[in-house]
Design a protein around this ligand. Structure first.
Ligand SMILES: N[C@@H](CCC(=O)N[C@@H](CS)C(=O)NCC(=O)O)C(=O)O
Length: 219
């Protein structure tokens, strides 16, 4: 087994799991949950001192490579376990690589916190603990990055490309969709950006994602 991926699919571990599944890799999946203390045991903390899933271990002939931070895990898998030939999720040209890096960092910095607030306070938390005002404030802020994403998708369409970095689904789409998807419970927000909505729906319909998450709409 070349790769071990720690973390349940209904978490940020979906990112490396999705990348590995898109590439058709055979990997070991250790479904460590994020609740109940499993990420805080001495054994787990030697893998990731932050006490978070996901963690990816690449069992290489020259020794193990341990990766944490979900986006780094997905980008690493695409780079080191995919083939850069313009047919799969691995960036092929320097431009594709630049798009993958910048959109991935962008989504963590500009989208993730507010998208998670939407998910938590619209869907994931028990109804009596939800605070709609927090979701509403997050949704107001999310108009800014979603407008940027909408404009980029329009520019890509002008180039004849239907995805973020190329005319095919790449790790850039995977990383950004895994975050924007958290905002999907805010239906009116997503509906205001039709290109984003259509692109997101296409990403979440991919067989690799559906295999991992079944009918689940968010994770
Ligand atoms: N920035 C980190 C965040 C990782 C993270 O917060 N993971 C959550 C699950 S989605 C977790 O492990 N929580 C358990 C804990 O912090 O104890 C990443 O993207 O990998």
């Amino acid at each position: 087994m070349t790769l071990t991926i720690h973390g349940i699919a209904a978490s940020r571990a979906i990112r490396p799991l999705w990348a590995a599944t898109e590439l058709g890799l055979v990997f070991e999946h250790v479904a460590t949950p994020y609740q109940g203390g499993a990420t805080r045991t001495p054994e787990f903390l030697t893998l990731n001192p932050n006490g978070h899933i996901p963690v990816v271990i690449d069992h290489r002939p020259e020794g193990e490579v341990v990766i944490w931070e979900s986006m780094a895990c997905a980008l690493y898998i695409a780079r080191h376990h995919g083939t850069a030939d313009g047919s799969g999720i691995t960036p092929f040209t320097p431009r594709e690589d630049a798009e993958a890096l910048r959109w991935t960092l962008w989504t963590v910095n500009e989208v993730e916190k507010d998208a998670l607030t939407v998910l938590a306070h619209r869907l994931a938390m028990p109804p009596e603990q939800r605070k709609p005002e927090l979701a509403e404030a997050a949704e107001r802020r999310l108009h800014v990055p979603l407008r940027v994403l909408e404009q980029h998708l329009a520019a890509q369409a002008e180039r004849g490309e239907a995805h973020l970095a190329a005319d095919r689904f790449t790790v850039a789409d995977l990383c950004v969709a895994s975050v924007v998807n958290w905002a999907r419970p805010a239906r009116e927000l997503i509906a205001a950006y039709p290109r984003v909505g259509a692109w997101l729906a296409a990403c979440m319909e991919r067989p690799a994602y559906r295999q991992l998450r079944g009918g689940a709409g968010t994770d």
